[in-house]
Ligand binder design. Structure first.
Ligand SMILES: [Fe+2]
Length: 522
């Protein structure tokens, strides 16, 4: 049995498989076809004499992501008819072109097979005109390659369209960068990807994969100073297939870079000039392949699409930050009208952060708690001054009115799309652990962790500050008040965490030998 693969014109583009149990014919093809296909260096021709072994080999090739362009088989074989072989092969490699060699007696079934789409072509056997036989195979090979190119282009267009649509649904810059990185990775199969964004007149890496940590730490590049920066300055992408072929460049760049593309991200604005957003770099294609012009086109399209989405996200974040800053200024102004509450939000933020760190909450939750602490009482702008600034104990109606402020705070904060969770914490900061708080009588773990932290910090600052109707309480009384409220008004873990935090603060003060400082408003 001849089941060894004989490779001719070895490349990695596509395979032609010839199957025939007639060894004499197969041997004549082994001699003639490689010579006739010298002009197709990317084509590998395999000769097989057993259909079962051939099917197994096709499975292996497909598993290795190899492309089988052409299957040529004899019809009359002892163990399996050629048409049946092609039907089986079709299940494994449906895009391959299929050719049947048959005598005149088998033509009727070949015609049926063509009509059933099992065959692309049948050729009569014996092969009397080798030139004509070779020409037919080459024509089919070209047809396959054309079809492949069209299929690939079509898939690229579809993928790019989906990518472009998906960016419109994302909520923030990090998600946009993450999605862009994932799409570049799946489209270009490269070892390294980095997205550098313009920040304060410099480029810095904002997202990357495969880039060593030491490079990540130090890459902040003034625009115009290296390849990426020059690409952005010139607004022209660079495709380098093999850096060794460009000596002046290979001296400047780390030698492990062999093939790379660097493309600028420029956002074209209708109303004004183009805005430079950043640069996308991709390095070293997997499998030692080099980047192609098609890769450059694909990456340029990705860069154009991503630059619009990134620019929009950056603008939205700037807008939301300025809204947050306005609300913070408003709360400071509100507090400044009353010497008793001046600096309350900032102190609550600092105590809350201390508690959150003692509880080992993650960084993103701590950020939410900090923002919520600053804005938690913003809803008091909706309360009448004669109630808010009243210098005495509140009547039940006035108390009712003041209890509307968490809902008002929540509504104001939630008007910023990126602060939905902060708004939730703000709205819940007067809920009690035992479920008797307001506005929604939430209980225990149903209250957001941030709101449970905030409730303790808020109460601590309220009790240690002077109020119109009382002086500030003694620290020991405050602590005992908090301890007695643990499990009813407060989450006991948050109370414990505050005690530990205050102990740490006292220790720090003692060690430094300094007087307790007034907390500064940043
Ligand atoms: Fe409050």
């Amino acid at each position: 049995m001849m089941n060894t693969m004989e490779h001719y014109n070895k490349g990695n583009e596509s395979f032609i498989i010839c199957l025939d149990d007639d060894r004499d014919f197969l041997n004549s093809l082994k001699i003639s076809l490689p010579l006739k296909f010298r002009d197709k260096p990317d084509c590998t021709i395999l000769f097989m004499d057993n259909p079962y072994d051939t099917l197994e080999m096709i499975r292996e090739l497909v598993k290795d992501k190899e492309e089988i362009a052409l299957l040529v088989t004899d019809q009359m074989m002892p163990h399996m008819k050629g048409i049946d072989f092609l039907k089986e092969a079709m299940k494994i490699t449906p895009r391959s072109m299929r050719v049947l060699l048959t005598g005149y007696a088998g033509m009727d079934s070949a015609v049926v097979a063509i009509n059933d789409n099992v065959l692309d072509k049948y050729l009569t056997k014996p092969v009397n005109d080798l030139e004509d036989f070779v020409l037919t195979l080459k024509r089919l090979l070209n047809e396959f390659q054309l079809k492949s190119t069209v299929d690939i282009q079509q898939q690229i267009i579809l993928d790019l369209y989906e990518f472009s649509n998906s960016l419109n649904t994302l909520q923030n810059l990090d998600e946009t960068l993450e999605q862009t990185m994932a799409f570049i990775g799946s489209s270009l199969n490269c070892e390294r990807i980095s997205i550098l964004l313009v920040q304060d007149g410099e480029l810095s890496i904002r997202a990357s994969t495969g880039v060593p940590d030491d490079i990540l730490q130090r890459i902040r590049i003034p625009i115009g100073k290296n390849i990426s920066a020059r690409v952005l300055k010139d607004r022209e992408p660079i495709l380098v297939k093999n850096i060794d072929e460009i000596p002046w460049l290979s001296k400047k760049i780390n030698t492990e870079f062999k093939s790379f593309i660097s493309t600028p991200m420029i956002c074209a604005e209708l109303s004004s000039y183009d805005v430079p957003i950043g640069v996308i770099n991709v390095t070293n294609k997997e499998g030692n392949e080099v980047f192609s012009e098609q890769d450059l086109k694909t990456l340029s399209f990705i860069a154009n699409t991503a630059s619009i989405a990134i620019h929009n996200q950056q603008n939205r974040e700037k807008l939301e930050q300025s809204y947050f800053d306005t609300l913070s200024a408003l709360i400071m102004a509100l507090e400044a009208r009353d010497t008793n509450t001046k600096g309350h939000s900032v102190r609550v933020m600092q105590y809350s952060e201390g508690i959150a760190k003692e509880l080992a909450l993650d960084d993103s939750t701590i950020k939410i708690i900090r923002d919520a602490a600053i804005l938690h009482d913003i809803g008091k702008i909706g309360i009448r001054d004669d109630v808010l600034l009243k210098g005495g104990v509140l009547s039940p109606d006035e108390l009712e009115e003041i209890r509307t402020h968490p809902d008002i705070s929540g509504a104001i904060v939630k008007s910023i799309s990126s602060l939905q969770e902060v708004g939730m914490v703000v709205q819940q900061h007067h809920e009690r652990y035992d479920g008797t708080g307001y506005p929604n009588k939430l209980r225990g773990q149903a209250i957001h962790a941030g709101a449970r932290v905030l409730a303790v910090a808020d109460a601590y600052d309220a009790m240690t500050s002077q109020r119109p109707y009382r002086a500030s309480l003694d620290l020991e009384d405050v602590l005992s008040e908090l301890r007695s409220g643990a499990g009813t008004q407060f989450d006991p873990d948050c109370v414990k965490a505050l005690m530990v935090h205050l102990d740490c603060l006292r220790e720090t003060d003692n060690m430094s030998g300094q007087e307790k400082k007034e907390i500064e408003i940043p």
